[in-house]
Design a protein around this ligand. Structure first.
Ligand code: CP
Ligand code: NVA
Length: 308
């Protein structure tokens, strides 16, 4: 029984198996064996979601399983029942918990159930399912992923951390440009650097977006103000704008063939301009589609132990 709370919960080889299956399924269709045919997956979300929620439920359906969605407030959690008890009880009914939470610690509590996998559908610290889809997108758009460079510009947040860790695991070079006080947390950078030692990836942190995007094959950004940070909005925007906005001028410093990536939803005019988001270099909708394929192969891998 394995949880997927952060990228490091899977070995680089396992990530490759999951992403390769997703690429195969996207191209040739889902397996007829219906790998999740007798499985039920519950989604428990504390925050709104379009992609994660729908892509997970669609993925489960495509593999022949059942899913149900519950808002956090609909459960007794809203009346004070503990997260640990909730996890232990849900584990008596279903085969997997997919949870989106504010505090990463709530996932750790759910994972104490001791019986079924818990999958992180986004926490304040990590967004590992997004990272699997991001890696799949990088594979789709690069002939030699090992020679590719990804630049992440903006906030060293959950999406940035998981992207950095998945790139390190896959041997893809990554440069992260953030204002000095918004670097990804030190302990997360250390994890990425440790894996990068094995895979040969380079992980670079800078405060200069132009340096980060130089020779980049992929330029990635995410919102400056994440869910739950609305009170910090004005202060954050003042720190990030205009330097950390991905616009045509910044894109011109990347390779001419560079692709633009974003986990979505976007705040147009903040972290990215409409001309880039909807321009010819943008691959955001493929990236969003890939959420479903990678979540399907992840579920098959965690619940069946294989992706055939
Ligand atoms: N990228 C992402 O996780 O989107 P949602 O918030 O819509 O799930
Ligand atoms: N960093 C963003 C990602 C949304 C998919 C957030 O946490 O709100």
């Amino acid at each position: 029984m394995r949880h997927f709370l952060e990228v490091g919960d899977l070995k680089p080889k396992e990530i490759d198996v999951i992403v390769s299956a997703a690429l195969r399924w996207r191209k040739r269709g889902y397996p007829r064996t219906r790998p999740l045919r007798d499985k039920t997956v519950v989604l428990v979300f504390q925050k709104p979601s379009t992609r994660t929620r729908v892509s997970f439920q669609a993925a489960v359906a495509k593999l022949g399983g059942e899913s149900m969605y519950l808002g956090w407030g609909e459960l007794q959690l809203g009346r004070g029942e503990s997260v640990e008890d909730t996890g232990k009880v849900l584990a008596r009914y279903v085969d997997c918990i997919v949870a989106r939470v504010f505090g990463h610690g709530d996932l750790v509590e759910l994972a104490k159930n001791g019986r079924i996998p818990v999958i992180n559908a986004l926490s304040d610290k990590h967004h590992p399912c997004q990272a699997l889809a991001d890696l799949m997108t990088i594979y789709m758009y690069s002939k030699k992923p090992y020679q590719s460079k990804v630049a992440f510009i903006g906030d060293g947040n959950n999406v940035c951390v998981s992207l950095m860790q998945v790139c390190a695991a896959a041997g893809v070079d990554i440069a992260v440009a953030t204002p000095p006080s918004y670097r990804p947390p030190e302990e997360e950078v250390k994890k990425a650097l440790k894996v990068a030692e094995e895979t040969g990836a380079s992980v670079i942190l800078t405060d200069d977006p132009r340096e980060a995007v130089r020779d980049a094959d992929f330029v990635y950004t995410d919102v400056f103000v994440s869910m739950g940070q609305e009170a910090e909005r004005n202060r954050k925007l003042a720190e990030f704008l205009p330097t950390y906005q991905v616009n045509a001028s910044l894109m011109s410093h990347a390779k001419p063939t560079a692709k633009f990536m974003h986990c979505m939803p976007m705040h147009l005019g903040e972290e990215v301009t409409p001309e880039v988001a909807y321009g010819p270099q943008s691959v955001i909708y493929d990236q969003a589609e890939n959420r479903m394929h990678t979540e399907a192969s992840l579920l098959a891998y965690l619940l069946r132990g294989r992706v055939k």
